[in-house]
Design a protein around this ligand. Structure first.
Ligand code: FES
Length: 72
């Protein structure tokens, strides 16, 4: 099975175990797993992981991950 991380540019592969969402302490890998398992909108990511559910400051990065991981 393909490694979904292969779809990410090098910059986005960094800090996978660090919090992507600092407001709610959600590690980047948790967000990536949610996307890989079918969440393909920011709203779904927020429901499933609570990421973006703070001041929304990480929203752009979540969108970027969705773009990369959901592209063919
Ligand atoms: S870092 Fe995610 S909402 Fe602020």
């Amino acid at each position: 099975m393909d490694n979904p991380l292969d779809k990410l540019p090098p910059l986005l592969k960094q800090g996978l175990d660090k919090n992507l969402c600092v407001c709610n302490q959600v590690p980047k890998m948790v967000v990536i797993n949610a996307i890989v398992n079918g969440a393909n909108t920011v709203a779904e990511i927020q429901q499933q992981t609570c990421a973006t559910d703070g001041t929304g400051c990480c929203r752009r990065e979540v969108e970027r991950l969705i773009e990369c991981l959901c592209s063919d």
